[in-house]
Design a protein around this ligand. Structure first.
Ligand code: CO
Length: 186
């Protein structure tokens, strides 16, 4: 297993729609790739990570939801498609590609998603709460959309100079170089 560098805001791969995965073509390499993604997400205590966030043009993401400090839901979604949505809910969101930045994002309260799991089997997910939010956030990544794109125009305008400044700092951040001490703490 290996830690992978997480692409940050401003890196072009985050702005591009990812390619649909041909499961048979990738199944041999998938266990190692997913192990790397889970290890990387765990290192920085994330709740979700898309393949393009680690530099791969693939419609694939992982989600790990914690409840009371314990991992309670872990799921891999390949070629996910949103089939139903209902309600709206605003809540604070962050992103591993925007370290330390949080903003209130309006999303659907409930979603139904169809995807393949890590074994290539079709799954249907009915989600609400933080799980529904994580699914929408990750599926947005796979479409080249980041959470700040979802903010109202005025918030986006206010955030622009802040992002320009942070972008320079984020560019230099490399998760593969985090010290073991930092790893133990996260
Ligand atoms: Co994100």
């Amino acid at each position: 297993m290996a830690i992978r560098r997480i692409c940050k805001y401003g890196e072009k791969i985050l702005e591009k729609k990812t390619k649909k995965v041909n499961f048979d073509e990738v199944k041999k390499d998938l266990p190692a790739l997913l192990a790397d993604m889970y290890e990387t997400m765990d290192l920085v205590a994330g709740a979700g990570l898309s393949a393009n966030q680690v530099g791969l043009d693939m419609r694939l993401a992982i989600i790990l939801i914690h409840r009371d400090g314990e991992p309670s839901l872990k799921i891999t979604i390949i070629n996910p498609e949103l089939v139903e949505r209902s309600g709206t809910l605003s809540a604070e969101e962050g992103c591993l590609s925007f370290p330390g930045l949080f903003a209130k994002v309006r999303r659907s309260a409930k979603v139904k998603v169809r995807a393949l799991n890590e074994k290539g089997l079709p799954i249907e997910i009915n989600a609400e709460g933080i799980f529904a939010r994580a699914l929408q956030h990750e599926m947005d990544h796979l479409d080249g959309v980041v959470f700040t794109d979802r903010l109202p125009l005025l918030s986006r305008l206010k955030l622009k100079p802040v992002l320009m400044r942070l972008k320079r700092r984020w560019k230099k951040m490399d998760e593969t170089k985090l010290s073991p001490k930092r790893r133990a703490l996260s």
